[in-house]
Design a protein around this ligand. Structure first.
Ligand code: ASP
Length: 445
């Protein structure tokens, strides 16, 4: 029988009533055998996520020497979940033991991970399934990367009995056996790792939206839902800010050609978005799949005559950034010019000046100019490489909206065109691109 791994996000775990609907969803399909859960999220706007409460809890532990003050709201939250579920489950004992261990470990990662741990214990009891602690099956190497082989082997061994199981998301063990978390939102990665390990036929990611939309609904009213995406398109869109799924979560499943299905716990009948490996992805004829973007980049523009013939020029420029520990997002270049596009959050004025001085010293450019407050907007679509005139339509639409383009970069995969515009033109530019490709009569999708 095919096996599905289902990951449920924080809002799907927010209270007992929602957890009951999650149980119905799982029980309605016998293939849904392995479940990965996040910590309970917000029940209403203004509510706290359990993980945020736990980060606060760690601060109180550091201030008071014990976590009691910060742990109380977490304790109350789980007691109320158990009441709503109306099940016979000794949460008090588990909460006491967790509080004791938080005091003992004194580690931020350990404390933060307890939301997932407690939630998985509860969901395992609700489903009558086995609880498998991710600390005993997900392993990180000393350099912080995933120890794939050890992890996949351990997960497979833990699942060898074929029993349904629940795993807490977001954490594993480091090389010293201590709990280590992924970055925020990392339960998506845990789900992908479990799916890969058990060779699932599908990785279902249950969240509170019905999949990806062709652009940010805060900018365009009711944008078109995206029914299917290739892994590559997903990577580009989530990297550029479409945050339905953690952008790192595709790597484990992509290698094993496992599709991902995004589903909405609150509207389980909605189709959602299918994310497919290239081998199974059949383009539906549309040129552009989605538009996404981010604000606040700084562009360092460098000009030098005959730059192209100067051996090692780009390497020397990049060595300045490496020395300052700065990562670069894009490097559009011409024969005598190159630009470095850097996320502004990495740069203080002092750091920026050090980089400019470093570039002057290293390559003696004719000009170095800094353009601040730039937004990047990516127009993404696997169909773009084969359709004539896409960039003309894109640039015409931006020009018609009277927006000045500061930078252009076409990814080597030919499936995205990135434009840099002023932060203040960001929303207007997204609207112009969306209406050109999704609302105009030329739209074929
Ligand atoms: N609970 C963690 C967070 O809030 C991980 C997750 O939800 O995926 O970031």
């Amino acid at each position: 029988m095919a096996i599905k791994v289902c990951k449920f996000g924080g809002t799907s775990m927010a209270d007992g009533t929602i957890i009951k609907s999650v149980k119905k969803i799982i029980n309605s399909d016998a293939e849904r055998k392995y479940v990965v859960v996040s910590a309970p999220g917000k029940r209403y706007s203004g509510d706290a996520k359990v993980t945020d409460l736990l980060y606060e809890c760690h601060k109180t532990l550091m201030e008071d020497g014990v976590c009691r003050r910060g742990f109380e709201p977490v304790r109350a939250r789980f007691i109320s979940i158990i009441k709503e579920l109306n099940i016979n489950f000794d949460i008090i004992d588990i909460l006491n033991e967790t509080e004791r261990k938080i005091n003992e470990e004194k580690s931020e990662d350990f404390t933060a991970s307890r939301g997932e741990y407690l939630c998985a214990r509860v969901v395992a009891a609700v489903l009558g399934a086995k609880f498998i602690d991710s600390a005993s099956v997900i392993f990180f190497k000393e350099n912080g990367s995933l120890d794939d082989d050890k992890t996949y082997r351990a997960v497979r061994e833990a699942c060898a009995d074929g029993e349904p199981a629940v795993f807490p998301g977001f954490y594993g063990s480091d090389s010293n056996g201590k709990v280590k978390t992924f970055s925020r939102g990392g339960s998506d990665i845990s789900g992908a790792i479990i799916a890969r390990a058990v060779q699932a036929s599908l990785y279902e990611n249950w969240t509170d939206v019905s999949g990806f939309l062709a652009c940010d609904p805060r900018i365009v009213d009711s944008p078109k839902p995206i029914k299917k995406l290739s892994y590559k398109e997903l990577r580009e869109l989530s990297y550029m800010g479409a945050n339905v799924l953690h952008s790192d979560s595709i790597f484990p499943v992509r290698k094993a050609n496992i599709p991902i299905q995004i589903k909405n716990t609150f509207r389980p009948g909605d189709a959602g978005t299918s994310i497919l490996p290239s081998s199974r992805y059949l383009p539906d004829g549309s040129t552009v799949t989605g538009v996404a973007g981010k604000k606040n980049f700084t562009v360092i523009f460098i000009e030098k005559s005959l730059m192209n013939s100067e051996i090692g020029f780009i390497a020397r420029v990049l060595s300045v950034l490496a020395r300052e520990n700065i990562s670069v997002e894009h490097i559009p270049s011409g024969i005598d010019t190159m630009s470095l596009v850097i996320a502004s959050e990495q740069l203080t004025d002092f750091k920026l000046q050090k980089i400019i001085d470093g570039i002057q010293a290293e390559v003696s450019p004719d000009t170095v100019r800094v353009i601040k407050d730039i937004a990047l907007i990516a127009t993404v679509g696997q169909g773009m490489s084969s359709s004539v005139g896409t960039s003309a339509r894109l640039f015409n639409a931006i020009a018609a909206a009277n927006i000045n383009i500061k930078m252009i970069d076409q990814g080597s995969s030919e499936m995205n065109i990135i434009v840099g515009v002023k932060n203040e033109d960001y929303e207007k530019c997204i609207k112009a691109i969306y209406s050109e490709f999704f609302l105009s009569p030329l739209t074929r999708a």
